[in-house]
Design a protein around this ligand. Structure first.
Ligand code: ADP
Ligand code: MG
Length: 690
């Protein structure tokens, strides 16, 4: 038997149990060592009944005083025990005749369970219990009891037994230490075997609070290695990409220079710096893989346009993909206006396009007549053939994970190699999280807003004061401004969203008969949506009622007031994105967060963060702390891995050290790097997936 042996080589594991264990991701003996407890219970000492507190889980021992069945809707078995310091009731809803008979007066029993306050003093419902024989001492555990992640049909006792076997085996054959010795020494980390042993069977004097919060040095030791594994694997993807070919885009300087000169504004220094980084990448014969981060309104679109122009001037096609139709359409309009003087007409591709228009687009994309293509996901579906795709830009990319990034890149492969890839995110990502989630990309940050922007002033108002706010909209619009009225996202349901927006639209048209009020929501046909947006942009509509479809990217500089209904239901980053739709012109803008009281603690904190800062990076950091990385990067689709022990928020401070360690291992071609990735991320043999 070795660490890689299948679990069936352990005592008590047959094929049926092995299949259940697979559901927990357990395939071999070593996997058991890395199945870490979720929490611990303290059964190392008996607690005096007189000293127990409600809510705690503890081990007590006592003598049965009386046992009786009572009828409370159904039959309950109540067993009153005492240890001389106090009395406790054990309550059972399900019990057999034998069980009932066990508890005769005078019997000694130990039990473990959660203490709660019952009608007649403290009680435990369905405790784990053991009847003691005469003169038998109540047994206490030698170490804290680990509670493992459960899967159906595998009891905790079974998991403890299996990990016992694996731990015994580990004593003869400890797992290979893969971290460089200088790192473990410098960071004062315990050895891998010691850490594993400790976490599975912590001694009675272990600091349970520290363990529960994942702060124990043994946990940090494993978290470090896991973060390192993920980081190394992303860097390896990155290195692989670097060995691939891409068209080296040299030339085009006059076109780019002229375009910049003709812009109605000066590029900010941050924009200039990022453009320089992109142009340098594009001139290399390997695919660019760059992430641009920039707060809302920092001017990412024009940076993308310059990248496209460079590609086109060098004779390849550029494609830009946006996550929603509204945003794609807006890009299409912007790019058309910018590029028309240069005789470049972007092609359009979206899912809802008519067949004839689509055919025409596909044709021009395939024969190369279309130098630039703008669209939604439809851009990369079956049947789209490019003539010479050289640059792919993905806007608002935080909704895509690493696998989607890779897939997109592969779509564009030709004899000339892979296209260059630029991804833009509007949600700033805290540095340590970006390190962990985007280590396969180079990063540029536009950390400056165009001059003259004034921070949006934000207030939170209970929705009982809706009338006042409607009044405020009236007077703002009367003075030539425009406003958004954003309706809540209701449990991700498009239908309910739409109904809420409809209702607000009705209310507002009635309350504001002098205003032109428009409505845009996700259920409208694209052309309708487009008409609504366009009318708002041209000022024909003064108040736009919308669902969160306008969340990203929409750019109407004259809009300076935003009302967000049910703001308490939305995430911080989403609110910040929405708020970013105003404050784009030179006028002082306002954002009103309407909420339904009473606010919970987290909701209160969220709204306070927005009131206090306009800095997207601070908002993102707080969002990360409040909701965790999955939510921040966009639920589910992020492709963020499930960590077994590391937590990107809690362990963020490990990231810089992880990065340094990884880079050192890579430059010194440390062969352990591969082994670490394999240990934590598995390989195809072990997990049967690619
Ligand atoms: P985001 O980074 O949120 O995508 P946009 O690219 O939509 O921002 O830019 C927001 C607005 O700022 C647009 O109206 C754009 O034309 C304008 N803009 C971009 N760069 C500058 C600049 N350097 N000076 C002034 N305005 C700019
Ligand atoms: Mg944008």
């Amino acid at each position: 038997m070795d660490m890689e042996s299948p679990l069936t080589c352990l005592k008590g594991v047959g094929p049926a149990l092995a299949r259940k264990l697979e559901k927990l991701g357990l395939f071999c003996v070593e996997d058991l060592l890395f199945l870490l407890p979720l929490r611990y219970e303290d059964r190392t000492q008996l607690v005096k009944i007189g000293a127990i507190v409600a809510g705690s889980r503890c081990l007590v021992s006592g003598e049965v005083l009386l046992s009786e069945t009572v009828y409370r809707g159904r039959r309950n078995l109540l067993v009153r025990i005492s240890d001389g310091s106090g009395q406790l009731t054990l309550r059972f809803f399900h019990f057999s005749r034998q069980q009932q008979a066990q508890f005769h007066a005078g019997t000694a029993v130990t039990c473990f369970g959660e203490v709660r306050r019952g009608s007649a003093g403290f009680e435990m419902i369905h405790p784990e219990y053991r009847i003691l024989r005469e003169n038998q001492e109540a047994a206490t555990a030698d170490s804290l009891t680990p509670i493992y992640p459960a899967t159906e049909g595998v009891q905790q006792g079974r998991l403890r037994n299996l990990t016992d076997q694996a731990l015994r085996f580990m004593q003869e054959t400890p797992p290979v230490e893969l971290l460089p010795a200088h790192v473990t020494t410098r960071l004062g980390m315990p050895s891998l075997a010691a850490a594993i042993e400790y976490l599975h069977r912590p001694p009675p004097d272990a600091d349970v609070q520290q363990l529960l919060h994942g702060r124990h040095p043994c946990q940090q030791r494993l978290a470090f290695e896991e973060l390192l594994a993920h980081y190394l694997s992303l860097r390896r993807l990155r290195a692989l990409a670097q060995t691939e070919d891409a068209p080296a885009l040299t030339g085009g300087e006059p076109e780019v220079g002229r375009f910049i000169d003709d812009l109605p504004f000066e590029l900010t220094r941050a924009q200039q710096r990022v453009i320089k980084e992109i142009l340098a990448d594009l001139s290399a014969p390997h695919p660019m893989m760059r992430l641009i981060q920039g707060d809302v309104g920092s001017g990412k679109t024009v940076v993308a346009a310059i990248a496209c122009l460079k590609a086109i001037a060098c004779g390849v096609q550029a494609a830009i993909m946006a996550p929603t139709e509204i945003l794609a359409e807006q890009h299409w309009r912007n790019f058309s206006a910018w590029f028309r003087p240069l005789d470049i007409e972007p092609a359009w591709l979206s899912g809802s396009q008519r067949a004839a228009a689509r055919r025409e687009s596909l044709q021009s994309i395939a024969d190369g007549a279309a130098k630039l293509v703008v669209g939604t996901h439809a851009l990369f579906q079956e049947g789209v053939e490019f003539d010479r795709l050289g640059l792919v830009i993905i806007d608002e990319q935080h909704r895509f994970g690493v696998h989607q990034r890779m897939a997109l890149r592969d779509k564009g492969v030709s004899e000339e190699g892979h296209p260059h890839q630029l991804v833009m995110t509007a949600t700033p990502i805290p540095r340590t999280l970006a390190m962990a989630a985007y280590a396969d990309l180079d990063t540029s940050v536009i950390d400056e807003l165009p001059p003259g922007r004034q921070p949006v002033s934000t207030i939170a108002v209970p929705d009982s004061r809706r009338g006042e706010i409607v009044e405020r909209v009236r007077s703002a619009c009367a003075s030539g401004q425009q406003a958004y009225w954003v309706c809540p996202l209701i449990e991700e349901s498009e239908l309910l969203d739409y109904q809420a927006a409809e209702a607000s639209y009705q209310m507002l048209t009635e309350a504001l008969p002098d205003l032109h009020v428009g409505l845009v929501h996700g259920r409208m046909r694209p052309a309708e949506k487009e008409r609504g947006m366009q009318a708002f942009k041209e000022g024909l509509i003064q108040l736009l009622v919308a669902t969160t479809v306008i969340e990203v990217g929409v750019d109407v500089p004259n809009a300076s007031l935003m009302i967000i209904e049910n703001a308490e239901r939305m995430g911080l980053s989403q609110l910040h994105q929405l708020r970013g739709r105003v404050g784009r012109g030179s006028r002082q803008s306002h954002c009103v967060l309407l909420y339904k009281p009473p606010l919970g603690r987290i909701a209160k904190e969220r709204l306070a963060v927005l009131r206090d800062t306009n800095d997207g990076f601070i908002v993102a950091q707080r969002d990360l702390e409040l909701r965790g990385p999955g939510e921040l990067l966009g639920t589910r689709q992020t492709g963020l891995p499930d960590y077994r022990i590391a937590n990107l928020v809690r362990d963020a401070e490990l990231m810089p050290q992880v990065q340094v360690t990884a880079e050192t291992m890579r430059t010194s071609s440390d062969t352990n790097a591969v082994a670490i990735v394999r240990r934590w991320l598995g390989d195809t043999r072990k997990y049967g997936k690619v």
